[in-house]
Design a protein around this ligand. Structure first.
Ligand SMILES: [Zn+2]
Length: 340
């Protein structure tokens, strides 16, 4: 099969006449993250890598492989707010004066991320208590939370993007914006009209099934939001788009995006049915005990990941009318419908 890109330097790849992928390292388990550069009179960057000088240095070395530099960047589009994608935005903005765009609701959160985190803290603690976690787990998670908070950096004056927006880039290029909540509440997909290349962020990855991340922002904003339920709707919507090549947040570009969406949906459905089976055999269960049955005992940040998966699955089952929940001594228990 024809390769989807050609390598220009250690970290720079050409994926179309005027579109480049730059792979930059992150300190996170996921490994490298992609920054895309759409060349033109007013170059556009999709995502920004992590916070810090090293990220800027690696980006500028990679841009040099095709004769460009950070200062020429006109616009930065963020696929979502996770720090491996958005952390570098403010540093790049300061060097280039670029305009930064992200999902509409997220702009105030990004403007003062420490304040946003302070709002999330009681939400998180309440959620963990209702999930059945004791003081020890709460304390441990409090520390993880503080380190997440101090590693997160604000980005002021971010401009909002919403479903159906079309960015007109100088030279007549159009980039369409699609909201794709699920992996995170802030997920956007950018479709480059002339090439039909879709920048999918972490909405769809080729080799990883992204986590339906628990969204504390939704609770603190008072918005009813169900991560996995939203994610499945988003995947079904992406299948319908005219896309030739997917340019993901991690890994090389790939073809056959609808097939990959269907594979992820199938994997999610298997997990949902496994959750139903565990609840039928062992329920009613708290989210903590459900997570232990599904994933085994986990610690620190992995608590968040397994909690995200368990909550995501029971919310889908609830929406199908198959699961009910009841509160007992401050802990929520999930019961499969029809089981005493
Ligand atoms: Zn992400």
């Amino acid at each position: 099969m024809k390769p989807t890109e050609s390598q220009l330097s250690e970290r720079a790849f050409k994926i179309a006449d005027d579109i480049y992928r730059i792979s930059v390292p992150t300190p996170y388990p996921v490994g490298d993250v992609n920054i895309y550069f759409i060349d033109g009179k007013k170059p556009v960057l999709i995502d920004s890598g992590v916070v810090g000088e090293r990220n800027l240095r690696i980006l500028s070395e990679a841009l040099a492989a095709f004769g460009r530099k950070i200062e020429v960047i006109d616009t930065i589009l963020l696929t979502h707010t996770h720090q491996d994608h958005s952390g570098g935005a403010n540093g790049i903005r300061r060097l280039s004066g670029a305009k930064v765009h992200a999902a509409g609701w997220v702009t105030t959160h990004l403007a003062d991320i420490k304040k946003a985190f302070e709002g999330y803290y009681p939400v998180m603690m309440d959620l963990l208590k209702r999930a059945g976690f004791g003081d020890e787990a709460l304390n441990a998670f409090g520390q993880t939370f503080q380190s997440l908070k101090s590693a997160s950096k604000s980005c002021p004056s971010v401009m909002p993007l919403n479903e159906g927006d079309v960015l007109e880039i100088e030279g007549g290029r159009q980039i369409k914006v699609y909201e794709r909540p699920g992996h995170s509440r802030s997920d956007l997909l950018f479709l480059d009209e002339p090439t039909q290349i879709a920048f999918t962020g972490d909405h769809v990855l080729e080799h990883i099934t992204p986590n339906p991340t628990l969204e504390l922002s939704a609770v603190s904003d008072g918005v009813p939001y169900k991560s996995l339920w939203s994610y499945q709707n988003s995947l079904r919507a992406t299948i319908e788009l005219p896309i030739l090549l997917a340019a993901p947040g991690h890994g090389a570009p790939f073809r056959y995006l609808p097939k990959r969406c269907n594979d992820i949906l199938a994997m999610q459905n298997r997990r949902i049915e496994r959750t139903a089976k565990v609840l039928a055999e062992h329920g009613p269960l708290s989210l903590k005990d459900l997570g232990n049955r599904l994933f085994g005992h986990v610690k620190s940040y992995d608590v968040l990941l397994t909690l995200s998966e368990s909550l995501g699955a029971v919310e889908v089952l609830e929406s199908q009318g198959r699961v009910t929940r009841e509160l007992e001594n401050g802990v929520e228990y999930f019961r499969i419908f029809g089981k005493d």
